[in-house]
Design a protein. Sequence first.
Length: 380
Amino acid sequence: MAVRAWLVAGLAAAALAGCGRQDTAPAGEATGTAGAPADAGTLNVYNWSDYIAEDTIPNFERERGVKVNYGVFDSNEVLEAKLLAGASGFDVVVPSLQFLGRQIQAGVFQPLEKERLKNYGGLDPELMERLALQDPGNRYGIPYLWGTTGIGYNVDKVTAAFGGTEVAGSWDLVFKPENIAKLKDCGVMLLDTPSELVPIALNYLGEDPNSTDPAVIQKGADLLGTIRPYIQTFHSSQYIDALANGSACLVVGWSGDVLQARDRAVEADNGVNVAFSIPKEGAPIFVDMLAIPKDAKNLDSAYAFIDYLLRPDVAAANSNFVSYPNPVPASLPMVDEAIKNDPTIYPPPETAAKLFTLAIIPPEVDRLYTRLWTELKTGH
């Protein structure tokens, strides 16, 4: 299987209905103020936190002569609320695929003028064909990065509790109270995202992770309720530093984030040994998309920025920094060997076959998820 082909295989196996990376946490900012008034020398970008190489924005600003106001979020819901409210002030945003799908239906994006993207032809054609199931004709979105949701853990703490790390290869580590209880004192964190955690629980139970049946969804919520006493924090970005500095030993998080935590621990030489696993029962796969809101003002700069991200050298630099694969095959010779050869980043065929996608969430299911999640977190 080609290095990039695991994603296509995974999407095909899951009969692509959508996928996502989402959670509920407050938005923040990296540099500048996203949503600032538009002007000819400004570009307003809203992206996930910890999701771009450190020099990508400065290099683009120098090459283009444009000031980038770069805001960050760690919640699809936060982004969606801003987009649906209108007049967001953003020129480029990065929703996950299944959110892009329903936002297209809501009319919040403008169709892409692909002739303005000279690097468009370098996108993986098989991947684009799969994504077209959510975005017909690839009219509104460009893939940015993708990954999986799984288990991040402190190797030494898990070994001390279980005599080895084999248990980390199964969702049993998270969903069996007798297992997760052993790690309570060293810190357990879960993504603050009902629309991923409930489907993960349903898949573990042998149910359809994309079920819209309230009774089935309740089963997932009930399973999560059994482990609630052992969860220290629900958050979708804090776990990176927590894993890296040893204040958390078990997380349900995104692949590249956990691997960033691993690398930060190595750089700090603090003795913390972090690893990531894709559980044998299967896990969600997500694709995050670049899109231009309907009310974007700085179109020339928006297209220039998206095209810049599609340059093989830039795409490779982003993958090397954040440990997520990109959709530009020509970038692979510049991607670090350690990343290309890591099965938790590019899963082998047998693992890819068990990855599943997340469907567009109907409004009534979205409301149910929100209610159940609030009850889970607050205890009432």
